[in-house]
Design a protein around this ligand. Structure first.
Ligand SMILES: *[C@@H]1O[C@H](CO)[C@@H](O)[C@H](O)[C@H]1NC(C)=O
Ligand SMILES: *[C@@H]1O[C@H](CO)[C@@H](O)[C@H](O)[C@H]1NC(C)=O
Ligand SMILES: *[C@@H]1O[C@H](CO)[C@@H](O)[C@H](O)[C@H]1NC(C)=O
Length: 523
């Protein structure tokens, strides 16, 4: 097991040579000019960082249960329930199918945090009474003002986003847009695609409304071509694509396989039958798709091998060698992670227990989701940068918001909307915003490190699209009504067919751009 030595948070690689006196003076002069301008931000982020990492009084422990302290501050860690997402693996189904009372989540729930109401607080009241048909017009004019408005309101997020995306005069930002009606959708059904995970097979489980299937994404500055399986196979002929992540990554992969099923089905050559790591090949096109199950992206151990509801040990500075050693020959890697970081976890650095999330051990420092999320992405992207022979492109697919309303996932929260939000109806806030920003930050660091070695990291923004799709989740149509599952109302995953299919419109466009870029750089 390789231990990775990475710089502490916030510190960049050490300088190789001592800078000359002249440059020291220039730097000092710049520093003195900039500090007054950036001082408030600087102060804020320093305070935030130290609170995030070092303060241990976020929680108190009473009678074995953890509760928020009364003096919680605005930027304290999020306190969701123990898990927004349940791992839907074969391995886990036994325990998940038990009624949730039987697992130990209940002892560690955060019941009364308003932010648990998820998107309710973050969502402006949608205007009612507007017919669905009206959505058919072109992108509303007002949306043109949005980027600027949000640049002010979201602490420079758009500036950060513009640093990590390589949008230029010749290409538009495909991730900034609105959902518009698409009367032709969907492009497959539960009958034509046999690769839909049970839990996302909303048609099978009788979801009555169909309007959620009839939208497509319209970027502000251009058209996003719909996924064309024939074209896609030509683009990826002789190539291999890997998904690294959790069940939302698998959800995405299954959407791709379903869209491709209009042309042909893959052959499953997975090493483990019914395992989490799957391999599919399309021999006619010499195209391979693999799924590497790694919900935390770093080396992870169960504290109890027979109970996935018990905390996991995360070795935040150690690579997950299962996927790292296997992706080297891949051309495209889509890496993502998210909802698992809200579960009870023990954090290790340098093999030493340095903190935990929702643990009941008062000797251990209580650290938050943002801490582990940032470290995990830092390590995972370093894992890719550390490969000697990796020549592929890595897409960081950003956090896909869930949409529980009316309560947390295990206390009556549900997602029953039947149409998308317009951009003006909701905002990226709270932990969705924080997770997204961490990903953009870490992407930027990886891009910088990768540039030296010629390793490419690209933004695959799944956040802004999916924030607007409260109507796209299975809710109670992810299982049959007489089946008891822990995640009874699933507002985390996405129905297939459904809005996630748009991620493959993105994928196609990203690959097209990638091929154009690399061919033009050889001219
Ligand atoms: C597909 O969905 C329909 C309802 O739309 C259902 O009757 C049928 O059993 C489902 N078939 C499969 C294979 O999931
Ligand atoms: C796809 O997988 C097969 C079987 O392992 C392998 O022979 C082939 O080289 C792979 N193709 C690509 C493009 O990676
Ligand atoms: C549950 O319902 C399904 C159909 O929705 C049926 O096939 C199955 O037998 C039922 N199972 C039980 C245990 O009632």
């Amino acid at each position: 097991m390789k231990i990775q030595t990475e710089p502490p948070l916030g510190k960049q690689q050490q300088r190789r040579r001592a800078p000359k006196i002249g440059s020291i003076i220039i730097v000092l002069a710049l520093f003195c000019t900039l500090i007054p301008i950036y001082y408030p931000t600087f102060l804020y982020s320093t305070r935030k960082l130290s609170q995030t990492i070092y303060s241990s009084n976020h929680v108190i422990i009473e009678d074995g249960s953890i509760k928020p302290t009364s003096d919680l501050e605005e930027d304290d860690p999020i306190k969701p329930t123990s898990s927004l997402e349940e791992p839907l693996s074969q391995e886990n189904e036994g325990s998940l199918n038990k009624p949730s009372k039987q697992n130990n989540h209940d002892s560690i729930l955060w019941l009364d945090d308003p932010r648990l109401q998820d998107d309710v607080a973050a969502t402006k009241k949608p205007r009612r009474g507007k017919g669905k048909k009206r959505g058919g017009r072109k992108t509303p004019r007002q949306s043109n003002n949005n980027p600027q408005k949000s640049a002010i309101s979201n602490g420079g997020l758009d500036i950060l986003a513009s640093h990590v995306s390589d949008v230029n005069e010749n290409s538009c930002d495909i991730f900034s847009g609105e959902w518009v009606p698409d009367p032709d959708g969907p492009y497959y059904t539960n009958m034509t695609c046999k690769n839909i995970q049970e839990h996302q097979n909303c048609m099978k489980f009788g979801r009555p409304d169909k309007d959620y299937l009839k939208w497509k994404w319209k970027p502000d500055g251009c058209e996003l071509p719909l996924f064309d399986p024939h074209q896609f196979f030509e683009l990826v002929r002789g190539k291999a694509l890997a998904f690294v992540g959790d069940s939302v990554a698998r959800n995405h992969m299954q959407s791709l396989v379903c869209l491709l099923s209009r042309v042909t089905y893959p052959i499953d050559i997975s090493e483990e039958v019914s395992g989490q790591n799957t391999r599919w090949i399309y021999p006619d096109y010499d195209f391979n798709i693999s799924m590497f199950w790694s919900p935390y992206l770093v080396r992870t151990e169960k504290t109890d091998p027979n109970d996935v509801t018990k905390p996991f040990n995360l070795f935040l500075d150690e690579f997950d060698d299962y996927w790292r050693t296997r992706i080297e020959s891949y051309d495209y890697v889509i890496i993502s992670a998210g909802h698992w970081f809200f579960r009870p976890t023990m954090f290790y650095l340098n093999k030493i227990l340095i903190g935990c999330l929702y643990c009941q051990n008062s000797d251990v420092k209580h650290l938050n989701t943002y801490f582990s999320y940032r470290r995990a992405f830092r390590t995972a992207l370093n894992a890719i940068n550390s490969l000697d022979n990796f020549k592929g492109v890595t897409f960081l697919r950003t956090f896909a918001p869930s949409h529980f309303e009316g309560g947390p996932w295990d206390k009556g929260g549900d997602c029953r909307r039947t149409r998308p939000y317009k951009r003006s109806e909701t905002e990226l806030t709270g932990y969705n915003l924080e997770m997204y920003k961490i990903q953009l930050d870490e992407l930027r660091i990886a891009q910088r490190n990768g540039r030296r070695k010629g390793v490419k990291f690209k933004l695959f923004d799944g956040t802004r699209t999916m924030l607007l799709r409260p109507d796209g989740h299975p809710s109670k149509y992810g299982h049959s009504p007489n089946q008891t599952v822990a995640l009874a109302k699933d507002c985390v995953h996405w129905c297939l067919p459904g809005p996630l299919d748009t991620w493959n419109d993105f994928l196609q466009e990203l690959i097209v751009r990638e091929i154009e870029q690399s061919s033009s750089s050889f001219v």
